[in-house]
Design a protein around this ligand. Structure first.
Ligand code: PGA
Length: 264
């Protein structure tokens, strides 16, 4: 795993956007796996700026979002569908038919729907670059602790911690969804390349467990240790519990020198 240590959350966003932009420039038909939440907001802002500057064309790209709350209609301002359109898709030139976000509107037949989402990813040729955030409990997507490391897209029950963490995005007194449709850890590990972003002190413990802890279903992000091409981009606050920071810095310098393509 490559660990890229940045000072600030703003730099994390810029670095993440540079890597996504590089993937789309290298392959305009790239299939991107996209994430919501506060962490990737800076990345989306920067990607929108690159697009407006005429430097980035998404017209041939395809996207699959990681997850969606169960019970929220696409037009609900708290839905991830709404988040993606207001923060990203409405400002760039993705073809609407190439955008895929799990639907939270269904009431039954979840497994058939989730299988169709998996099939759509396969039909698109698989995900080239998957962007992830990380929860305080180490979740990726909504793969809460104890999710099978082989899990596929499915309905998942959210932990109390996740529900509380997400309360800030909902109006006061609103009911917060208790479940979500999420890509599984197995789905995520099928991506050809994975980039995971983390900012802020509240993520430091989860980041340290994911990078330096044992692989365990108690920390879903630790499953990324099984993947051959993962890049962590984290700010100072999120990195302070790592024990090998100096080594990660050296690895980065030597990667720039000998294998810079790993950073493009
Ligand atoms: P956040 O969420 O970016 O809003 O902190 C990350 C996550 O829960 O995956």
């Amino acid at each position: 795993m490559l660990v890229v240590l940045k000072e600030t959350a703003g730099e994390v966003g810029q670095e993440a956007a540079r890597i996504v932009a590089g993937a789309v420039r290298a392959n305009p038909s790239a299939v991107l796996g996209l994430a919501t939440g506060s962490t990737p907001l800076g990345m989306y802002e920067e990607l929108v700026a690159l697009h407006h500057a005429g430097n980035l064309d998404f017209s041939k790209a395809t996207s699959f979002n990681l997850d969606e709350y169960l019970g929220l209609a696409p037009a609900d301002p708290q839905s991830f569908q709404y988040f993606m359109h207001s923060n990203f898709f409405s400002h760039v030139n993705f073809s609407p038919e190439k955008i895929h976000i799990p639907s939270g509107a269904m009431r039954k037949d979840f497994s058939a729907y989730c299988e169709s989402y998996e099939q759509a990813i396969k039909d698109a040729g698989g995900i080239d670059l998957q962007v992830l955030g990380i929860g305080r409990n180490g979740h990726i997507g909504f793969n809460e602790p104890n999710s099978s490391l082989a899990s596929r897209t499915r309905l998942k029950e959210l932990t109390r911690e996740t529900i509380e963490d997400n309360r800030k995005f909902f109006p006061q007194g609103a009911e917060i969804p208790e479940c979500a449709i999420t890509m599984g850890i197995g789905t995520i590990l099928d991506a050809r390349r994975i980039m995971i972003l983390a900012t802020g002190k509240s993520k430091a413990a989860a980041v340290a467990k994911a990078i330096e802890g044992p692989i365990s279903s108690s920390v879903s992000a630790s499953a990324l240790q099984l993947h051959p091409d993962v890049i962590f981009v984290i700010d100072d606050d999120a990195s302070y519990a790592l024990t090998q920071r100096d080594y990660y810095r050296r690895v980065l310098e030597l990667t720039k020198k000998y294998t810079p393509e790993k950073l493009s």
